[in-house]
Design a protein. Structure first.
Length: 331
C-alpha cells in the first residue's frame, strides 16, 4: 500500500478542525512553497524541526508525514504515528490528525505483511473515513480513501464500487475524472486511464497535479511491462515535451529503444534521464547495464549492474535479474 498514500498528503485550510481547502497542500506559505517546488527532503526536515519545538504544529505534522510516506523507513513512519496519535488526543476533530494516522499506519502495516495489515486495516479505514468526513472538500483525503478501497483485499474492506462512489463525491470535475482514471488503472485499463489523464489540467491544485503525473508514469510503465510499447510511446513523448524536467519520460523511451536493439540511443536517453527530477526513483543503472551488455561492453555492463545491486533500491525482480546477469558476465 505504499504507493496508495504517497501523493495524498493532507493540507490545512481556514479551519483546523473542519479541514483544508481542496487545491492547497499547506496553508503555511513557507511549507507550501517547498511542496510546490517538490523540495520534499527540505520540507520533511523543516516539519521534523518544527515538531520538536512545538508538538501541536499541525502543518509540521503534515510535512513529517509526507516525508515518512516518501521513504521506505519504518522508524520514520513509527515516529510520525506516535505524533499523529498525540495529535488526536489533543485535537480529536482535526482532519489532518486522522489523515496522518491512517495514511502512515496503512503503509507501515502493509510493509510488515498481511497479518499486520489485517490487524490494522480497521483503524486505517476508520481514520481515513473520519478525515474525509471532517473535510469532504479535501481532495487528498478523498484520494487516500479511494486508494484504500482499491488496494485492500475485499475480505478486509476493499471494494471497487465503494472506490468509485467515493471518487464521484470529489469537489471538482477534474478530481472526479482523475480518480476514475486511477480506478481504471486498477482494472488494467491503462490506455483508457492515460487518455483521461492526458486531458486534465490540474492548474494550481498541487495534490491533484502530483497524482496526475504519478499515475501517468505508473500507467506508461505498466504498458511497457505488458509488451505494449507502441501504446506507451506517444504518451511518453508527449510527457517529455510537456514536462522536460521529469526523468521518467526519457527513461521510458530509453527502455523502448533498448528493447528494439537501439542500445546506443537508449544509453543517451538514460544519461539524459539521470540529470532530471525523479531520477533517484528509477533503476537507471540496471537498464544501462542491459544496454551495455547488448552492445558487448562487458566491463561497463558489470560496473552498472554492480552499482545497481549495491544501491539496493530496485524491485526484487530487477535486483534478481541484475545478479544473474552479473554472474553470467563474470563467467
Amino acid at each position: 500500500m505504499r504507493r496508495c498514500f504517497s501523493h495524498s498528503i493532507a493540507a490545512l485550510g481556514l479551519c483546523l478542525a473542519a479541514g483544508p481547502a481542496s487545491a492547497q497542500m499547506f496553508s503555511d506559505p513557507a511549507l507550501e512553497a517547498l511542496f510546490a517546488a517538490e523540495r520534499f527532503d527540505e520540507l520533511e526536515r523543516t516539519g521534523v524541526q518544527r515538531l520538536a519545538a512545538q508538538a501541536d504544529d499541525l502543518q509540521a505534522l503534515l510535512a513529517a508525514a509526507l516525508g515518512a510516506l516518501r521513504h521506505n523507513d519504518a522508524a520514520r513512519r513509527q515516529a510520525v504515528l506516535a505524533q499523529a496519535e498525540g495529535c488526536l488526543q489533543k485535537q480529536p476533530r482535526a482532519a489532518i490528525c486522522h489523515y496522518a494516522l491512517g495514511a502512515v499506519l496503512g503503509v507501515q502495516a502493509a510493509s510488515l505483511g498481511m497479518l499486520k495489515l489485517a490487524a490494522s486495516v480497521g483503524q486505517v479505514k476508520s481514520s481515513l473515513t473520519e478525515a474525509l468526513a471532517l473535510a469532504p472538500q479535501w481532495y487528498p483525503a478523498r484520494g487516500a480513501l479511494v486508494e484504500f478501497y482499491l488496494l485492500v483485499p475485499s475480505l478486509m474492506g476493499g471494494s471497487s464500487s465503494r472506490a468509485l462512489e467515493t471518487a464521484r463525491g470529489a469537489a471538482q470535475p477534474q478530481q472526479v475524472r482523475a480518480l476514475e482514471a486511477r480506478i481504471a488503472m486498477q482494472d488494467g485499463r491503462h490506455e483508457q486511464a492515460l487518455a483521461t489523464l492526458a486531458e486534465l489540467k490540474p492548474g494550481n491544485d498541487a495534490p491533484l497535479a502530483l497524482d496526475v503525473i504519478g499515475w501517468q508514469r505508473v500507467a506508461c510503465f505498466a504498458l511497457l511491462n505488458d509488451g505494449k510499447a507502441a501504446l506507451a510511446r506517444p504518451h511518453l513523448e508527449r510527457l517529455q515535451r510537456e514536462r522536460p524536467d521529469l526523468a521518467f519520460p526519457p527513461y521510458g523511451l530509453g527502455r523502448i529503444r533498448s528493447d528494439a536493439g537501439a542500445h546506443d540511443e537508449a544509453l543517451k536517453l538514460y544519461e539524459q534521464s539521470r540529470r532530471l527530477k525523479g531520477a533517484d526513483e528509477l533503476p537507471i543503472a540496471y537498464r544501462e547495464g542491459i544496454a551495455l551488455q547488448g552492445l558487448g561492453q562487458k566491463e561497463s555492463a558489470r560496473a552498472s549492474f554492480a552499482r545497481f545491486i549495491k544501491a539496493g533500491k530496485g524491485s526484487p525482480g530487477n535486483l534478481d535479474d541484475a545478479k544473474k546477469r552479473l554472474e553470467m558476465l563474470a563467467s
